[in-house]
Design a protein. Structure first.
Length: 95
C-alpha cells in the first residue's frame, strides 16, 4: 500500500479529472503550500500502483453553492478551509 498526493487542476466549474489505479481509495483533500503557490491536493491510498487505471472525476463546491443537477451521484470526500479561513470547501467524487 502507498499513499500518493495528486494536485487538483480544477476547471472553471470546479471539476478535476484524475487518472488513478482502479483500487485507489480517496482519503483527503486540502490546501497545501508548494513553494511559491498554494494548491488543492487529493491524497489517495493505493494497493496496487500497477493496476489498471480509470479516470475519476472530482468536484469542489463552496458552502452555499449548489451541486450540479442531472443524473449525477456524489460521494463525499471531506471539507476543508481556505488558507485564510474565510471560505469553506467541500470535495466530492462524481460517481
Amino acid at each position: 500500500m502507498i499513499i500518493y498526493k495528486y494536485p487538483l487542476d480544477l476547471d472553471k466549474y470546479g471539476y478535476a479529472e484524475l487518472d488513478l489505479p482502479r483500487d485507489a481509495q480517496l482519503l483527503h483533500a486540502d490546501w497545501q503550500d508548494q513553494g511559491s503557490q498554494e494548491r488543492i491536493c487529493l491524497w489517495t491510498l493505493i494497493q496496487e500502483p500497477e493496476a489498471d487505471h480509470e479516470v475519476r472525476k472530482i468536484i469542489l463546491v463552496g458552502t452555499g453553492q449548489p451541486l450540479p443537477r442531472g443524473n449525477l451521484d456524489f460521494k463525499f470526500i471531506n471539507t476543508f478551509l481556505s488558507p485564510e479561513h474565510s471560505f469553506v470547501f467541500h470535495v466530492f467524487e462524481v460517481i
